[in-house]
Every structure is written in C-alpha cells, then in structure tokens.
Design a protein. Structure first.
Length: 80
C-alpha cells in the first residue's frame, strides 16, 4: 500500500529559531521601532511566540518593549 516519505524529520516541522538569539540581542529596546513593528500584526496586535519563533525570554522583552512604546506614542495601540 502507499507509504508517505517525509524525509529525515519524521513528518514533523522544524522548530523556528529565535531571531533575536541569532542576532545576539541582549536587550530589546522600546525605541527600536522597526524591530518592534516586525513583531506586530497589521492590526497592531502582538504576534504570539509560537508564530514568531521567539524564545520565552525574548518574547517577554518584546512584549514589554511594545507596551512601553505604545504608552509614549511611538507605536499605535490599534491601526485602522
């Protein structure tokens, strides 16, 4: 009968690498708007960790930095 071949991965998808760990980022700065925009959707929501591929440490830093940037009006809360 028909068997499917998935390669060496055993049918599982590879885990995403944390982009910030790869760039050796120590701290996520709230003033780095271009970096923070890449972790928000077009509606202004924060992209979850399972989609962005961040590690837990950097995801917490990104979340705090986005919230700080929103409070001082560097990033919008929602985009229309």
């Amino acid at each position: 009968m028909g068997r499917y071949y998935y390669g060496n991965t055993g049918g599982r998808k590879r885990r995403k690498m944390c982009r910030l760990c790869g760039d050796k980022v120590e701290r996520v700065d709230y003033k780095d708007i271009e970096l923070l925009r890449s972790f928000t959707t077009e509606r202004g929501k924060i992209i979850p960790r399972r989609i962005s591929g961040n590690c837990a440490k950097h995801q917490r830093q990104v979340t705090v930095a986005i919230k700080r940037a929103r409070n001082i009006a560097l990033l919008p809360f929602i985009k229309k």
